[in-house]
Write a protein that binds this ligand. Sequence first.
Ligand code: ADP
Ligand code: MG
Length: 211
Amino acid sequence: MNSSFSELPLPPAQLENLEQIGYREMTPIQAASLPLTLAGQDLIAQAKTGSGKTASFALPLLCKLNPRDFGAQALVLCPTRELATQVATEIRRLARYQANIKVVTLCGGQSIGPQIGSLEHGGHIIVGTPGRIKDHLRKQTLDLSRVNTLVLDEADRMLEMGFAEDIGDIISTTPTSRQTLLFSATYPDDIRRLSHRYQSDDVQMIKVAPQ
Ligand code: ADP
Ligand code: MG
């Protein structure tokens, strides 16, 4: 399998950025997923922590992003604040090739006022935990009606933590035309059902063996 980022349909400025941040070769999950996700496909990817999942969804969502459009264009749901913070940090590094991309982190256990302030200044990419995202939807401080990429990161953990209903409520406020990417270390029946409910019929599935 090809493992050079330069074979992918990425902007030259992004290829330069990847080199600068030390991404020389694709990891196996990136090599398997990026040709599909960059082509706009829905995807279920079964892969473990540390495999490089963030770039698998960040590169396609960044390619679609319009910095001049105010408001949320991509939503990444994560099980915990710690994971959301890591994902946001990694997306910011991958977004460096474009100016003025705003990544807003929305997690519980933090006061909601500053989050509302950040959203008022525009957040192109929202990364957060389901509970707090739902709080913002209820307060109408977050509008997901223009989201074109939805990512469920570590989806099996989110279901284990009891977030299934919140996830459904959140997704119902996004356009059905969105691209939906689901990442999970395991593939039990409830993940299968989640995919069936929220992904397109021609969803692609990849599985990467632990290294
Ligand atoms: P996961 O979400 O699967 O746990 P991450 O996307 O957070 O994995 O990546 C894990 C670490 O590997 C991060 O520090 C990231 O910067 C680094 N990384 C990811 N892809 C590459 C790559 N292609 N080359 C070098 N480092 C990478
Ligand atoms: Mg991750």
